[in-house]
Write a protein that binds this ligand. Structure first.
Ligand code: OMP
Length: 290
């Protein structure tokens, strides 16, 4: 386990989002983000009768993977649809207590007019205490501001998503040249980023687009989902997205890690899957080791 876990004077909450993320990368020596997306029907049999099955599942996985990931990403709808938002809240609390060095991204993909966005930002940052939240930029820069106003938190803006239909809109050609997702990347790196707390989402299924995004946003952190269950391209992701310092990416896998085993050994199997993916990432030549 990295040393910082047991260092009482480590106070990451004093830092802004970018500084905390840099520390999380260095502390863990990892670019891995573990997605916490529990589904009742996929939980191991040994948890089916549990009173708080999502929390119990997450707790075991978090304990087993401490130090193996720079970030965790619980996906909001998985908890809301099961009527288990209290277990989401408990999971975030546990992450703060047990892995304060790691970044917790609440994946809620919010986006609405300013007055409603303010409520969403309050929910993510004040109620759930997330370090960062995913947001949809489709409604424009003014709707991102209530989130970016929380200067110490991160705002993770959808840019080129991993799904098959993402090109329907995101790859539309603009009259001035370039495609819509490139304009999102450009704005995220400039006009929208007055507080320096924006990150982007680009799916691992689109390494060519990731390379374009990296050109528009050379320094921004990029969350890359789509590795594992969605068949994304790990090597292509690293080639296209790593910054020259060997960091800059949060490479997410959810189902590929948390459902590595359906048996009683689910947490150890998740840790093994996390270790293997983390090592595969760190073997890439452009990845500077700690
Ligand atoms: P797995 O396919 O199981 O690794 O899960 C991927 C996770 O990333 C899910 O929680 C998705 O909701 C999320 N995601 C994508 O899969 N694609 C995207 O383009 C964006 C996200 C996200 O914002 O996290």
């Amino acid at each position: 386990l990295p040393e910082a876990v047991s260092t009482a004077c480590f106070l990451p909450m004093n830092l802004n989002f970018t500084e905390r993320l840099e520390r999380a990368w260095d502390w863990s020596g990892s670019l891995l983000c573990i997605g916490l997306d529990p589904q009742t029907e996929r939980l191991p049999d040994c948890l089916q009768g549990s009173e708080r099955p999502f929390f119990t599942f997450n707790k075991a996985i978090i304990e087993a993977t401490r130090g193996l990931a720079c970030a965790y990403k619980p996906q909001f709808a998985h908890y809301a649809a099961a009527g288990r938002l209290d277990e989401l809240e408990a999971t975030l609390q546990l992450l703060r207590e047990r892995v304060p060095e790691a970044i917790c991204i609440l994946d809620a993909k919010r986006g609405d007019i300013g007055s409603t966005a303010e409520r969403y930002a309050k929910e993510a940052f004040d109620i759930y205490g997330a370090d960062a939240v995913t947001v949809n930029p489709y409604m424009g820069g003014d709707t991102l501001q209530p989130f970016t106003n929380y200067g110490d938190r991160g705002v993770v803006v959808l840019c080129k998503t991993s799904n098959a239909g993402s090109g329907d809109l995101q790859n539309l050609a603009l009259e001035k040249g370039g495609q819509l997702f490139e304009e999102v990347a450009r704005l995220a790196a400039t006009d929208w980023n007055a507080n320096g707390n924006i990150a982007l989402v680009v799916g691992a299924t689109y390494p060519e687009e990731l390379a374009q995004v990296r050109k528009w946003a050379p320094q921004l952190p990029i969350l890359v989902p789509g590795i594992g269950a969605q068949g994304g391209d790990l090597e292509g992701t690293l080639r296209a997205g790593l910054r020259p310092d060997g960091k800059g990416l949060l490479i997410n896998s959810s189902r590929g890690i948390i459902y590595a085993s359906a048996g009683e050994d689910f947490a150890e199997a998740a840790a093994q899957a996390a270790r293997e993916l983390g090592e595969a990432i760190n073997r890439y030549p452009g990845r500077v080791q700690r």
